[in-house]
Design a protein around this ligand. Structure first.
Ligand SMILES: NC(=O)c1ccc[n+]([C@@H]2O[C@H](COP(=O)([O-])OP(=O)(O)OC[C@H]3O[C@@H](n4cnc5c(N)ncnc54)[C@H](OP(=O)(O)O)[C@@H]3O)[C@@H](O)[C@H]2O)c1
Length: 261
């Protein structure tokens, strides 16, 4: 149990401009955390703060699909935020379409945002986090990392790659002051579904039932940060899929087909 979370946290949050990240930002500011946000350069020039209710500590602009830009941002963060004790990786990009239709440049973009950018940020910022009495890394993955989704390979493979990276990271951080939490939510109603490009004759993304309310997911993540470490599946569907995958994979495929995946 960590009583200084989230009020005593000095946070760098990615993906704060939209969806789950925006909800997390609101929650963190509500609980009195000191929050720096990392935004795509398209938000530079005054747009950044308009949608923030509360005072953020600062903004960093960086295109997470550009490894050089991520490395440069990490160097700046290391210099300007020596008290940083929490890294929350919430940014994400998606694409939808059959494997034969997804352009490699799109698969590359999704992998860079969802996997490589997080790897660079963690690698570069881990020393400053480890120098704090308690450091924390909270990563937003996806339940789909554990099963794949038909026509969602570019996205789910990037989340699976990060899931595997996280397994190794846990081993490397075992004896340090850094707590690690990898949250894998199910379907949420956020703008990511409208933003993602759709390729070939994939049609629209099939409905997966009513999505989980993103505000309640943000609340749950704040709560989890106080008590839990390791991998956490959030929501009924990812938990069901996780167990079916091991105990009855044919039932999982049948269910996925029924939903249109
Ligand atoms: N929604 C779901 O059903 C679902 C389910 C499981 C997991 N997740 C995960 O939850 C996390 C939050 O996603 P969301 O659903 O809230 O989606 P969202 O509303 O689209 O938010 C994604 C965030 O990532 C930022 N981002 C994307 N590409 C970027 C880049 N190149 N450089 C900098 N920032 C970039 C976006 O910035 P802009 O506003 O500038 O685009 C936005 O702030 C993601 O990791 C996603 O994979 C989502």
């Amino acid at each position: 149990m960590d009583r200084d979370w989230p009020s005593g946290a000095v946070v760098l949050l990615t993906g704060a401009s939209s969806g789950l990240g925006r909800e997390l930002l609101g929650q963190l500011l509500h609980w009195g955390a000191e929050v720096y946000i990392l935004l795509h350069p398209r938000h530079a020039g005054g747009n950044g703060r308009k949608w923030v209710e509360g005072d953020i500590a600062g903004e960093i602009f960086c295109d997470l699909s550009d490894p050089a830009s991520v490395e440069e941002a990490a160097t700046k963060i290391n210099k300007s935020m020596p008290r940083l004790n929490t890294l929350i990786l919430c940014a994400g990009a998606a694409a939808y379409g059959k494997i034969i239709d997804i352009p490699w440049a799109t698969a590359d973009h999704v992998m860079k945002v969802n996997y490589l950018a997080n790897v660079i940020l963690i690698g570069k910022l881990l020393p400053v986090l480890q120098a704090q009495p308690v450091g924390r890394i909270v990563c937003i993955g996806s339940g789909s990392a554990l099963m794949g989704l038909t026509k969602g390979a570019a996205y789910t493979a990037s989340k699976a790659a990060f899931h595997n990276f996280f397994e190794s990271l846990q081993g490397e951080c075992q004896k340090s002051s850094v707590r690690l939490l990898h949250v894998m939510p199910g379907y949420m109603e956020t703008p990511i579904h409208d933003k993602q490009p759709i390729f070939g004759d994939a049609g629209s993304v099939p409905p997966t039932g009513k999505g989980v309310d993103v505000g309640s997911v943000a609340k749950a993540i704040i709560k989890l940060g106080r008590r839990r470490e390791g991998n956490v599946l959030l929501g009924r569907n990812p938990c069901l899929a996780y167990h079916l995958r091991y105990w009855c994979p044919r039932a999982l495929r049948a269910l996925a087909r029924w939903y249109g995946y």
